[in-house]
Design a protein around this ligand. Structure first.
Ligand code: NAD
Ligand code: MG
Length: 373
């Protein structure tokens, strides 16, 4: 019996890697539905490969009904590979239905982690991480018998490559041009996450994601720069010893691992993962003065309530302004800081509607700041 699945955000980078795994494993999996946003040509090519799959565009009016139509189909798991805040509606609806959710869209948990995880617990939904660091951390925690209780875990480490600006500082970092920012040294990804990775906002999003996925307190989640991106996560036990989870930087590993959950992929996902071929591994602390977006995001996560939703929205809006050429790279962190410092109306941060009001208010502020400074 083939496992049936839905793929939301099929036309993106995670969508590409998922469809690549599917091509190699057609005997094990079947795509029964997918969504796409505005890349109609790519969506048509996917539809031609999988003619029986149901599909819809999230750019069309009334697409929420289409989401429910797909979620009413019969499937074993869903993959949320939509980028940004737009993914939260899909993740939450799937959590409420008790689905097995393979989550790439970290922004869902950053905006509304408490609400999404509570809905998942109430309906018996399961989250399986797709983000590489979280997939590795899941495997390390499982191996250590620490998925439920973290008593003998001193600290979990997420690694960050340091991105294309690792060697730049001062004005060179602040004014880094778009072409440089989009040239990630180790991972091939969509534009938004590539910009997030250059300023390490992505690592702050991932710290918050790990907090919600694994229930780890923030002081037990640290991040470290590892330029080679072979070690994805590390786990320090209470005796100070450290386990690492290692592979070449290729998203097909965590995607295949999630697709076979709760089992393990039966064959190599990517060829050539042998230790004698590995580069020398280096590890460095994160300079939080330079990577301000990382420090701001971590703090927002720790402050809880609506702060991480504001961090996420401000970051998304500022990254869009940067990609459109309206602001300099260093202004992304400045705009996030201004949005986090701003006063907001007292929306209800315990509801998704309230959090989306904070999201809209933060975006409006960033747009106003970006066009008046
Ligand atoms: P991408 O930009 O390549 O693709 C995103 C997908 O989302 C596309 O199918 C696009 O059509 C769709 N989309 C865009 N705007 C939308 C909207 N408003 N509503 C609904 N759908 C929309 O992004 P990506 O790099 O594949 O990343 C997807 C998610 O996975 C992000 O949350 C990212 O942080 C996470 N992630 C990506 C990688 C990676 O290697 N690319 C690694 C880890 C985590
Ligand atoms: Mg990651």
């Amino acid at each position: 019996m083939r496992c049936k699945f839905l793929l939301f955000g099929a036309t993106g980078s995670i969508g590409d890697s998922t469809l690549d795994v599917l091509r190699q494993r057609r005997d094990d999996f079947e795509l029964v539905g997918f969504s796409w946003h505005n890349n109609a040509q790519k969506a048509a090519a996917i539809q031609a490969d999988y003619p029986r799959a149901q599909s819809y565009s999230t750019a069309k009016v009334g697409h929420e009904a289409e989401l429910r139509r797909l979620l009413d189909l019969e499937y074993d798991f869903i993959i949320v590979a939509i980028v940004g805040a737009a993914g939260v509606v899909t993740t939450l609806e799937a959590a409420r239905r008790g689905a097995t959710i393979l989550l790439a869209n970290k922004e869902s948990l950053v905006i509304a982690g408490d609400i999404v995880m509570a809905a998942a617990r109430a309906a018996g939904a399961t989250f399986v991480p797709v983000d590489s660091e979280h997939s590795s951390l899941y495997r390390l925690l499982k191996g250590a018998g620490a998925l439920e209780t973290h008593a003998h875990i001193r600290c979990a480490y997420l690694t960050a490559s340091g991105g294309p600006l690792r060697h730049l500082s001062g004005d060179d970092f602040y004014n880094a041009p778009r072409e440089t920012v989009l040239k990630h040294p180790t991972w091939v990804m969509g534009q938004k996450i590539t910009v997030d990775s250059a300023g390490l906002a992505n690592k702050a999003l991932e710290v918050i994601e790990a907090h919600h996925l694994f229930g780890l307190p923030y002081e037990k989640i640290q991040a470290v720069i590892h330029p080679q991106s072979y070690v994805h996560a590390m786990l320090m036990a209470s005796d100070g010893t450290v386990s690492q989870h290692v592979s070449q930087p290729d998203m097909r590993y965590p995607i295949a691992h999630a697709m076979y959950y709760p089992g393990e992929p039966p064959v190599d996902t990517v060829k050539g993962n042998t230790p004698e071929s590995y580069p020398l591994f280096e590890f460095y602390p994160i300079d939080e003065k330079k990577f301000r977006a990382y420090a701001l995001g971590r703090k927002a996560g720790q402050m809880g309530m609506y702060h991480s939703a504001v961090f996420n929205a401000a970051n998304e809006a500022a990254v869009a302004e940067f990609l459109e050429g309206n602001i300099r790279f260093g202004e992304i962190a400045e705009l996030i800081e201004r949005a986090l410092d701003a006063k907001y109306a007292a929306y209800d941060h315990t509801t998704i509607a309230g959090l989306l009001q904070y999201d809209s208010a933060a975006r409006a502020l960033v747009s106003q700041f970006a066009h008046t400074t």
